[in-house]
Design a protein around this ligand. Structure first.
Ligand SMILES: Cc1cc2nc3c(=O)[nH]c(=O)nc-3n(C[C@H](O)[C@H](O)[C@H](O)COP(=O)(O)OP(=O)(O)OC[C@H]3O[C@@H](n4cnc5c(N)ncnc54)[C@H](O)[C@@H]3O)c2cc1C
Length: 386
């Protein structure tokens, strides 16, 4: 067991940190104000710097490094904001990884290298109005007709909805009920029959545009099938990696908050001394640090233990659940420690708290992770319907 990063991992982390701190606070502020994602030129700069597709094999345009390396970079970007970290998230742990693993070679070549070059972004569209935690209740249909697939249905809460260039759409692809009938199809944004709802106005996640997606006889080639009916298990295995990305984004809100607040309490004076001199403040900082470190260890363990590149459901759910919970707690303490300045929109602290809350719903709510964990503990999946 080795708890040290290698020299290479440390220099990658430092490069990401330096780039993010020097270049991204202004971009993050603009994303927050406008609720627009970072410009394509910014995302392409990420690619040029080697911050996209870090853990994607080189033959698909990635750097061919490991999941830990990708998550180290993601944390540094996420500390600045969720919006600026999101392109890194999508390219390293997002639905594009399901394409890279399971799709036809031609679809892989069409999509994955373009994502790694920062030319396109790919979002995941699973949730529906009546299928959230109960994802296998989804009703969007994809019917194969000759060499075409025709999609009909409504999707909800898609991060990147209306902005991303392509969507991995979970849909019903056979008459089989429940998970057995579910597969996934890649649908380009400009496909005829695809329209988007109004941009959602969320509590946080500003700069990560989100909307409903409507499919009305949207037709794509069968080559766009990522996995056919029966492939739900594979999709969920790829999702175990996305869960570690979600955990890292949660962690980043907390670790970024902690870094900023450590500086703040050493500068701010009340009662004639710096806040850090009060024991109540010292204890709070220690509690925040314990939680941040523990979350990071769980995430890195999940990523390091990954078999064939994909973490286990137990490791990834433990990491996501814990990081989601402590992110809300730690960001809440950071807001409190900064007093009025913590509550002001002039500073990034209140945004981190809002975003931290969202990461605990996105990608499966916190309590659903707990059900996963309990299931893994006793070696079975609990049927929530009986
Ligand atoms: C910021 C954000 C980004 C998102 N991005 C995407 C995206 O990119 N693509 C996408 O497809 N979806 C996305 N989602 C949707 C997300 O996956 C769902 O919101 C989530 O799975 C919960 O579903 P729901 O909102 O329908 O809540 P529900 O399923 O209605 O759950 C509501 C509450 O009930 C609890 N609950 C439900 N069932 C159980 C149970 N069996 N046991 C215990 N508790 C239970 C949950 O824990 C939850 O707290 C996003 C959501 C958010 C908030």
């Amino acid at each position: 067991m080795n708890f040290q990063l290698t020299d290479e991992q440390r220099s990658l982390q430092e490069a990401a940190r330096n780039f993010a701190r020097a270049k991204l606070p202004g971009v993050a502020q603009e994303c927050e104000e406008t609720n627009h994602a970072p410009d394509k030129a910014v995302v392409q700069e990420f690619a040029e710097m080697g911050f996209l597709g870090i853990n994607v094999p080189e033959r698909y345009g990635g750097l061919g490094l490991g999941n830990v390396e990708a998550l180290l970079v993601l944390e540094e970007f996420g500390k600045i904001s969720s919006a600026v970290g999101f392109p890194v998230f999508e390219s390293c742990v997002g639905p594009v990884r399901a394409i890279e693993r399971f799709a036809s070679e031609s679809l892989k070549q069409r999509v994955v290298p373009a994502v790694c070059r920062g030319e396109i972004q790919v979002a995941v569209s699973m949730s529906e109005p009546q299928a959230g935690s109960a994802l296998t209740d989804l009703t969007t249909r994809a019917e194969t007709r000759g060499d075409k697939v025709v999609l009909n249905g409504t999707k909800r809460w898609c991060s990147g909805g209306g902005h991303a260039d392509g969507y991995v759409v979970y849909c019903r692809m056979s008459e089989d009920e429940g998970a057995k009938g579910i597969g996934a199809v890649y649908v380009e944004k400009d496909t005829k029959g695809v329209t988007f709802g109004k941009p959602e106005s969320l509590m946080g996640f500003r700069g990560v545009p989100s909307s409903d997606i409507y499919f009305d006889n949207a037709t794509v080639p069968t080559d766009n099938i990522v996995v056919p009916a029966g492939g739900f298990k594979k999709l969920m295995e790829a999702f175990d990696l996305e869960r570690c990305g979600n955990a890292t984004m949660g962690l980043a809100q907390a670790s970024g908050a902690l870094e900023d607040v450590i500086e703040y309490v050493q500068e701010r004076e009340q009662f004639g001394k710096h806040l850090i001199e009060f024991q109540g403040v010292q204890i709070k900082l220690a509690e925040m640090k314990m939680r941040v470190e523990a979350a990071r260890l769980l995430i890195h363990r999940a990523a390091s233990n990954a078999q064939n590149g994909l973490p286990s459901i137990l490791d990834s759910s433990l990491a996501k659940c814990f990081a989601n919970e402590i992110a809300r707690e730690v960001c809440g303490h950071a807001v409190q420690l900064m007093g009025g300045y913590g509550y002001s929109r002039e500073y990034p602290m209140e945004r981190r708290l809002r975003d931290a809350w969202g990461w605990g719903i996105a990608g499966g709510a916190i309590d659903i992770q707990k059900v996963n964990i309990a299931g893994a503990l006793v070696g079975r999946r609990f049927d929530q319907r009986r």
